[in-house]
Design a protein around this ligand. Structure first.
Ligand code: OXD
Ligand code: MN
Length: 593
């Protein structure tokens, strides 16, 4: 931690100087990423009541943070792509002209750090020596953000060393400022490799390496440089014979992504081991053997707490055991924590996420539904040994998943790359009436990237199609659905560890070990090829969860028209044609009865 700049990188020094002239902090502190620094910043945060220590015997190195109650989630309506033209941002993003955005936010930043410290956080997304990795500098007025960045990225001297005298870096300016929802903006300037975020201290808005750099700016860089920046977990699967494979999987939020990345296979799959490479983001490039190779640019987990327990995700529970931060969960006066979906019932009394007294039986939630843990990836007992490998890991299969109560079978294999891109482009997830601000029904969420594509969505799909020409040995592509319901509205598939059964079939296919049954909309497992021994499922339910119902598919394909119209004129023709072909085939099969 230094108050004089530990670098001679002229452009960096100039930018930090300009930023300080605008925001006018009392003090500038450069982070070095040392353990002593983490300790000192934590003490400062505790003294300022930004962090509350938990019981250090039970939760060593763990601290609690209440956010401003008006600032608890990503704000898609205030997230903006600032490209020279509106067309470059496309129909799925908010847009502002760069000059207007710089002027609007500049006025909010002006003097907003008076009386405060400006932390300069140099960081690397990706393993320090990897050709995949990118350097960012986040300037922030929040010690909480600085401490989260220390967990989520590789921070300090390591990043300045990689940058050298003249390396390229992302310029990230963040200020919580007065945390006013009226002066809250998350703006991205892809052409300037710049992010300006103001008015929020919440993770996805404020930890600029994550959604802002690794996905929005990342996807723009990836298109220009010929790679993929995706909202995907990366997992490692080791078979009983010691064969190690990797898959990348995209799921919209609330579909069990972290749980899948940290899955524990059922007892009947003894001998299979799942290890985590990443739980949220994958950067993928063509590498050795013409395969797609992936790295996880992050170094920690920023996970949703409610619903996480020793049964649903023991590895996540072990990951948060030490050196973790908890935001907006419930706590006890004695420094313990609790959230809805914890292993045990709530204690009689808690302090809720807003800091108010809470009594068991209250109709209010004790933890905010989007309360989070920030945990170092190195705490995960099932972390892959390849997580820091500069080459990344070779991807055998890409999986797209959503929450669909009908239509989408447990698993469907794409016929080819274009069909796989079509599957990703049309993937959707059901919202419920309870989810504020979202229309009930299926929200289309291409590759689970809807809020994260940093440019025009149709052009993004074209980039996916173009990648086929770059990948001599591409992964197979799948669609999965753990959430299909029976006639009584009950989930048919047990999910969690039993998803291993589906993953095993996917790997057997990817390695060419089993055949599949072709349906009009994709390939499905033959009953004998998917191991259901020991799973709580009647043969009839097993058939139904994997069934391709053509009447449902006709409705599904028809309903995609509205989405395609929204994407507009840049929707790639091969994607539109995929739908036409599938719909034609389904209609004619239905006519023939
Ligand atoms: C998300 C997250 O919102 O990972 O997708 O936090
Ligand atoms: Mn995410």
């Amino acid at each position: 931690m230094a108050t004089t700049a530990p670098t001679t990188h002229a452009a960096l020094l100039r930018w930090v100087d300009e930023t300080a002239k605008l925001t006018k902090p009392d003090r500038i502190v450069w982070l070095d990423g040392s353990e002593a620094e983490r300790k000192r910043l934590t003490e400062e945060a505790v003294a300022a009541k930004v962090l509350i220590p938990l019981d250090q015997k039970k939760w060593p190195g763990c601290y609690y943070h209440h956010s401003n109650p008006n600032d608890v989630a990503r704000v898609e309506h205030l997230t903006v792509i600032c490209t020279p033209t509106r067309e470059e941002a496309g129909p799925t993003n908010n847009w502002m002209a760069p000059a207007d955005a710089y002027a609007k936010l500049g006025a909010i930043y002006d003097g907003c750090m008076k009386g405060r410290t400006m932390y300069v956080v140099p960081y690397i997304m990706g393993p320090p020596t990897s050709p995949f990795s990118k350097v960012g500098i986040e300037v922030t007025d929040s010690v909480y953000v600085a401490l989260n960045m220390i967990i989520m990225a590789r921070v300090g001297t390591v990043a300045l060393e990689r940058l050298g005298q003249d390396g390229e870096f992302n310029k990230g300016l963040h200020a919580v400022a007065d945390c006013s929802p009226d002066r809250r903006w998350i703006c991205h300037f892809p052409q300037d490799n710049t992010i300006w975020s103001v008015g929020s201290g919440y993770g996805g808005n404020a930890l600029l390496g994550k959604k802002c750099l690794a996905l929005r700016i990342g996807s723009y860089l990836a298109k220009n440089e010929g790679w993929l920046a995706e909202h995907m977990l990366i997992l490692e699967a080791e078979s009983p014979t010691g064969e190690v494979s990797y898959v990348a999987a995209a799921f919209p939020s609330a579909c069990g992504k972290t749980n899948f990345a940290m899955m524990i296979p059922p007892k009947t799959f003894d001998g299979w081991k799942i290890r985590t490479v990443g739980d949220d983001i994958a950067w993928m490039r063509v590498g050795e053997n013409g395969q797609l190779w992936a790295v996880n640019p992050e170094n920690g987990y920023f996970g949703v707490a409610p619903g996480t327990n020793r049964k649903t995700n023991p590895n996540a529970m072990d990951s948060v055991r030490k050196d973790s931060l908890f935001t907006n969960v419930a706590r006890t006066a004695g420094g313990d924590i609790w959230w809805e979906g914890w292993d045990t019932e709530a204690p009689a009394e808690l302090i809720d996420w807003k800091g108010a007294a809470w009594k068991k039986g209250s109709t209010e939630k004790a933890a905010h539904p989007n309360s989070r843990f920030t945990a170092p990836a190195s705490n995960n007992p099932a972390i892959s040994s390849k997580v820091n490998d500069p080459a990344g890991v070779p991807i055998s299969a890409i999986i797209f998943g959503g929450r669909r109560s009908t239509t989408v079978p447990l698993v469907l294999e794409a016929f080819n790359w274009t069909h796989g891109v079509f599957m990703g482009a049309t993937m959707g997830s059901e919202t419920t009436a309870a989810a504020v601000g979202l229309k009930e029904g299926v929200r289309r969420d291409p590759m689970a990237m809807l809020p994260f594509i940093g440019y025009d969505a149709g052009t993004y799909l074209q980039h996916w199609l173009d990648m086929q020409g770059r990948i001599p040995n591409p992964p197979k592509v799948y669609m999965v659905n753990w959430f299909r319901k029976d006639g009584n509205g009950k989930f048919m598939w047990p999910g969690y560890g039993d998803n291993m059964r589906v993953l095993k079939w996917i790997l057997d296919r990817a390695h060419g070990r089993v055949t599949a049954k072709e349906t009009l909309v994709g390939n499905v497992p033959r009953p004998e090829d998917i191991n259901l021994s020991g799973v709580d499922l009647t043969p009839e339910a097993a058939r139904k969860v994997m069934d391709v119902d053509l009447a449902e598919w006709e409705t599904e394909l028809e309903s995609q028209q509205e989405w395609f119209e929204k994407l507009g004129k840049t929707l790639p023709r091969p994607i539109a044609l995929q739908r036409d072909i599938l719909l034609e085939r389904v209609r004619s099969a239905r006519k023939q009865g």
